[in-house]
Design a protein around this ligand. Structure first.
Ligand code: CP
Length: 336
């Protein structure tokens, strides 16, 4: 597998490369680009899970760059897919990724893949087995459209949004866990933490006990933050975290400790429902912070109507920036 071919996470990107991508996204935002780098080319978009923003923004990005998006949904509009090497396919899977990828790349110059965590086996899922199976068999670029561990298109759009709203340079950025009635994957908080560290922000991660992010990913984030002149602090005190914050980034995620045991996770988190929500009272403790969320968001569960409908909320601009950042990624990966 050639890892330099693919766009799987921001790990390995220098700060200069990230800044360059953000500059490119801002260029696309001017509307002045006429280059059509994907003219005559098709890009496959493979969705194992539902999506609004990623799917629509990738389709539009490819179209506006002159290309043709080919959307496939394994198990829906294409065959069910097996990814395990050596699998005896005598159950419910019809096609192997080995053939799927090598056929698709005869038609398409790149393949975007959305595959969430199954939330069953942390040890296995933290290695991104489905995404890496695509990367293993592909000789065209694989673009991660959200895997079990990473959502780099989202985190780069997030960094662009912070820069647009607050200007360049170090900011006090708070990634806060929020209560949600389901255990959710960790890709968004993982990628946000990494990118904020890479950009040299003063990152505070607030979550209740038992909701720690992946240890290796946190270690990487600490090293990247130190190299970029930033910092990473982890706290279970949500009030202290909000104090002086310039960015509040809300997201819920499941516990590694109870991975595969949803009932225990939900029983554990029940006590956090009233406290771990972004509301007007907490936002008042910040330094006039903007409110961010990747969307979709559950109103009055993750964030109150009063906050998401306030002038502090930048969630729609953040979603718009997905389009611009993905144009920059496609241009980087496929442009000549
Ligand atoms: N933020 C995000 O990835 O949204 P979708 O799941 O709708 O693509």
């Amino acid at each position: 597998m050639r890892t330099d071919l693919h766009f799987l996470s921001t790990i390995g990107m220098s700060r200069e490369q990230i800044e360059g991508l953000l500059e490119s996204a801002l260029w696309f935002k001017t509307g002045d680009d006429r280059s059509k780098p994907l003219a005559g080319k098709s890009v496959a978009l493979v969705f194992f899970n539902p999506s609004l923003r990623t799917r629509a923004s990738m389709q539009v990005a490819i179209y506006e760059l002159g290309g043709n998006p080919v959307v496939l949904e394994p198990g829906g509009t294409s065959w069910t897919l097996e990814h395990r090497a050596g699998a005896v396919m005598d159950s419910d899977k019809t096609e192997h990724v080995a053939e799927f990828v090598r056929v698709l790349e005869r038609y398409c110059v790149a393949i975007g893949v959305r595959t969430f965590a199954a939330l069953k086996d942390w040890k296995e899922e933290r290695t991104d087995p489905v995404l890496n199976a695509f990367a293993r068999y592909a000789s065209v670029p694989i673009i991660n459209l959200e895997s079990a561990m990473h959502h780099p298109c989202q985190s780069l759009a997030d960094m662009l949004t912070i820069r647009e709203k607050l200007g360049s340079g170090r900011k006090r950025v708070v990634l806060t866990w929020a209560w949600h009635p389901k255990a959710l994957p960790m890709a968004v908080p993982n990628s946000f933490a990494l990118a904020a560290a890479q950009m040299g922000h003063e990152l505070v991660i607030a979550h209740p006990p038992a909701y720690d992010l992946d240890e290796e990913l946190m270690e990487t984030s600490l090293q990247l933050a130190a190299a970029a002149g930033g910092s990473v602090e982890i706290t279970d005190d949500i009030d202290a975290a909000f104090s002086g914050a310039e960015v509040i980034y809300a997201k819920s995620w499941g516990s590694k400790q109870f991975y595969g045991n949803t009932e225990q996770d939900l029983a554990t988190r029940a006590r956090y429902r009233s406290k771990w929500i972004v509301d007007e009272e907490k936002m008042a403790q910040t330094k006039g912070a903007i409110f961010m969320h990747c969307l979709p968001v559950r109103r009055n569960v993750i964030v109150t109507d009063g906050v998401i409908d306030s002038a502090a909320s930048v969630v729609i601009d953040e979603a718009e920036n997905r389009l611009l950042v993905q144009k920059a990624i496609l241009n980087l990966v496929l442009g000549t």
